[in-house]
Design a binder for this molecule. Structure first.
Ligand SMILES: *[C@@H]1O[C@H](CO)[C@@H](O)[C@H](O)[C@H]1NC(C)=O
Ligand SMILES: *[C@@H]1O[C@H](CO)[C@@H](O)[C@H](O)[C@H]1NC(C)=O
Ligand code: SF4
Length: 811
């Protein structure tokens, strides 16, 4: 695929006056070549499968449908052509009008730059960047990956802020950011800087600026770096209204930005300050929203508007970020940014982060998925893990992630070069493995051993079989009079490295009960040959397969094949002639030079090339006594890196001496973080900062406690309105600090209740969820299990799958 189109003009997105943003994706695309004649090559409509149409319409009130079009390549000029707007590509640096585009995938109307998004797809090679100096800290590909965080104190409280910065620095952070809202905070910044210098803390300070150019000007005199948010630096906040921008309006706004932003650039240049042009998926301007929707494309263009001004003034000490709370969107946005920088020949470093990642394991997981994925493609020069926790607690997981990225790049971990034709870098499409089909003569139902939204497999020990009820509970099955039943978040299959002896009837009965409710039991070939367990699935590796020893099993035995992914192609050939229920991708953790991500990509390429549709489970065996954070980070960045590209059908984590519940939770968190299987309420909560208007940790804990039983519902909890309304792009309901002691409630992007007293706000939120028909009472255990006996569960899973697919496709 990927027929290369060399064109002078790219695609414009065209909307009628009446089309609202919600229907953005359905507008026509006109493919236009400019020779200097305009020729319409193709008109494409309906880039989203018809089946999603209905959902979008139904879902209109909740959240905004996102544009999925990739239209622009580099510097654009908009020209009118008939009723459509046409973007002309100009390569500012070379003066050439030519850029190369190709379809994102075969037959896709999406055009993306042919330029690569990373140095190598088969190994980790850091993307070459220039060095940006942030105070005394050098950021870029020639330097270690820098770790940073942000203070949560009131910036005006100089003492507290200085204390917190010192704690953060002592934990080993390289850079720290402080929010600066207004003039009084800017004044405090001078004292903060002085105080730290006197105490011999030279850690570079970054001012986080939203809406306030004059504040930025002032603080640039004392801080080392200014972060501007292109979504709100010169623009008022997006109103999420249907706005039609004419060419003139658009041009005028760009001129306005230049006017407001240029003085800051000049000042940074003069004082040797650095700058981050930090786009947030959650806060894009109306201008960008109206042209691009809140898509990765819009995020990149938003940053480029500012970057062009910097470059025009010959200022280059800046870097980019493209944060989003959805790791899938975040990864795509950074890739697109790099691809477009490559088109331009730009080499600015990257600051990576997942915004509003949330609390505890959820937050760590989302960051591991987003940041870990990019680091393994050699992208990222400074990172922040944002958690709804005290900032010093972000440093350790952040450092672990940075180490993972540095090590991968130092060893150039990867696999032998191969041609990758099927993976999609810029738009999500899930490769779905063929789910098990019931075969004639089978005594038990194997259809439930994998889950269509993503499966969780868990290793189970002989010991656990001694207490069956505990085991069932650990697998998150519901118990009805001591018998297990599957629920929304029940483990789909288990791996038993060792089978109980043939005469251990209790243990065997426990296993039979699992098999009877379609939980798969997988056991190694040698075990099954010596102590056969009826209806078990058997784990075989390629060697056992090619030697034919597996043929000692009764005919029709279901197989789970273990594959490393770096085998010679001759060895993989055997996959073409075998009937297996699933593949387990399992590369030993101890491999130094070979990476899981790249071997898996090679394996998926082989499968696609040969039209093999085995479901693939990411099987990771961690060394014993791995640190919990390393486990989360390892799972997120190794398996997550593939799942965000739609590659893989589930996860099997083995970690000796780890708590079973923790491991299971980590697996489900991973699937939810990759937007596959929603087994609990999704929370988007900001990490809090000096702007936060309430105790975020406390409120967030309270809200979680009361709403944690609503899988499929997502709730945003935001300390203030800077990113607040924007992040509702991803959430159904929002709880946002409006003024001190007052909360605004949102449905989608729309504020529906303003200025509610904090004491009543959580109840009002619950009422709101009820009013929108999304509430269910927390189920009593037995009742839920009984309901599960009927078909209730399928319904619940079904609606959430559709909703998720909708989100991902539309993102
Ligand atoms: C744009 O110009 C730069 C600098 O001359 C060059 O490196 C880059 O390849 C050009 N991109 C395209 C698509 O022509
Ligand atoms: C696992 O998740 C459940 C449900 O969210 C939670 O109640 C439990 O505390 C978690 N356990 C561990 C060990 O993380
Ligand atoms: S949304 Fe949260 S982290 Fe972001 S600026 Fe507001 S309070 Fe700070």
């Amino acid at each position: 695929m990927g027929q290369l189109v060399k064109i002078h003009v790219s695609v414009a997105q065209w909307r009628t006056k009446t089309a609202s943003l919600a229907f953005f994706s359905f507008s026509c695309c006109a493919f236009v070549f400019l020779g200097w004649d305009l020729v319409i090559v193709k008109m494409a409509t309906g880039t989203v499968p018809a089946s999603f149409m209905e959902l979008k319409i139904r879902d209109r009130g909740l959240g905004l449908t996102k544009s999925m079009d990739f239209v622009k390549v580099s510097n654009l000029q908009r020209v009118k052509f008939g009723r459509s707007k046409v973007f002309v590509i100009r390569n500012s640096s070379s003066g050439s009008d030519v850029a190369e585009l190709q379809a994102a995938s075969e037959g896709s109307p999406l055009l993306v730059p042919r330029q690569k998004y990373c140095e190598s797809i088969h190994k980790t090679v850091r993307r070459k960047t220039r060095t940006v100096m942030v105070g005394n800290v050098a950021v870029g590909s020639e330097h270690p990956i820098r770790v940073q965080t942000m203070t949560t104190t009131d910036t005006k409280d100089v003492g507290a802020t200085v204390e917190q910065v010192m704690r953060i620095a002592d934990m080993g952070a390289d850079i720290v950011r402080i929010t600066v809202q207004g003039k009084r905070e800017a004044d405090a910044c001078y004292e903060i800087k002085n105080s730290l210098v006197q105490k011999n803390y030279m850690i570079p300070l970054v001012a986080d600026i939203h809406f306030a150019p004059s504040v930025a000007m002032r603080v640039a005199e004392c801080f080392d770096k200014i972060r501007v948010n292109p979504g709100n630096f010169a623009d008022r906040r997006a109103q999420f209204e249907t706005l039609e921008y004419t060419e003139d309006d658009y041009q005028k706004e760009l001129e306005h930005i230049e006017q407001v932003f240029s003085p800051l650039v000049e000042k940074c240049k003069k004082y040797g300050r650095a700058m981050r042009i930090g786009t947030n998926h959650g806060s894009l301007s109306d201008r960008i929203m109206s042209y691009y929707g809140d898509s990765p494309r819009g995020m990149v263009e938003s940053a480029f508007e500012f970057a062009r001004i910097c470059r025009k003034l010959d200022y280059h000490n800046f870097l980019f970020s493209m944060k989003a709370s959805n790791p899938v969107v975040m990864v795509q946005a950074y890739r697109l940014l790099v691809a477009e920088m490559n088109v331009q020949g730009w080499d600015y470093p990257l600051h990576l982060g997942v915004t509003e990642a949330g609390e505890g394991e959820d937050g760590r997981m989302k960051s591991a998925i987003g940041i870990g994925t990019l680091l393994q493609d050699g992208l990222g020069d400074t990172i922040r893990v944002s958690l709804t926790e005290p900032p010093e607690e972000e440093i350790d997981p952040c450092r672990r992630l940075a180490n993972l990225g540095m090590r991968a790049a130092e060893l150039q971990q990867g696999v032998a070069p191969f041609e990758e034709k099927h993976r999609r870098y810029f738009d999500f499409q899930r490769r779905t493995g063929q789910l098990p089909i019931q075969k004639e003569g089978e005594e038990v139902d194997y259809r439930g051993v994998l889950h269509r939204d993503g499966s969780v497999l868990m290793p189970v020990s002989l010991d656990q079989l001694k207490t069956p009820e505990l085991l069932y509970k650990s697998l998150a099955a519901k118990l009805v009079v001591g018998m297990p039943f599957k629920d929304l978040a029940t483990v789909d299959s288990i791996l038993l490295r060792e089978l109980p002896p043939a005469d251990d009837s209790d243990a065997r009965l426990a296993l039979k009960r699992l098999i009877d409710i379609s939980i798969g039991v997988i056991t190694p070939l040698s075990e099954q040959l010596t102590k056969p367990l009826p209806n078990a699935m058997v784990l075989v590796n390629l060697k056992e397969l090619s030697s034919g020893v597996y043929k000692l099993l009764p005919e029709g035995t279901r197989l789970a094949l273990s594959v490393r992914g770096d085998e010679p192609y001759e060895d993989l050939e055997i996959l073409k002639n075998v009937d297996a229920t699933m593949l387990l991708h399992d590369l030993p953790y101890t491999e130094d030079k070979i990476s899981r991500v790249h071997t898996a990509r090679r394996l998926f390429e082989f499968l696609s090339e040969n039209a093999l549709d085995f479901p693939v489970i990411h099987h990771i065996q961690f060394p014993s006594s791995a640190h919990r954070d390393d486990l989360v980070i390892g799972a997120g960045s190794n398996a997550g890196a593939l799942l965000v590209d739609g590659l893989g059908d589930g996860i099997l984590l083995e970690a000796p001496d780890q708590d079973f519940d923790f491991l299971r939770n980590t697996s489900f968190n991973l699937l939810q973080g990759c937007r596959m299987r929603n087994t609990k309420t999704e929370y988007v909560s900001c990490p809090s900062c000096g702007r936060t208007l309430f105790d975020l940790q406390e409120i967030s804990a309270d809200i979680r406690e009361k709403t944690s039983h609503l899988p499929g519902v997502s709730i945003a909890i935001m300390g203030c309105i800077v990113n607040g309304p924007g992040e509702m792009a991803d959430a159904d309901f929002g709880y946002v600090g409006g003024a001190p002691g007052k909360i605004d409630l949102y449905v989608g992007k729309t504020v529906v209740k303003r200025g509610i007293d904090m004491e009543r706000a959580t109840d009002a939120l619950i009422q709101l969820i009820k009013d929108h028909g999304r509430w269910v009472d927390p189920p009593a255990e037995e009742r839920a299990a009984a309901a599960q006996l009927n078909e209730g569960i399928n319904f619940a899973i079904g609606s959430c799958l559709l909703k998720q697919s909708d989100k991902i496709i539309a993102s």
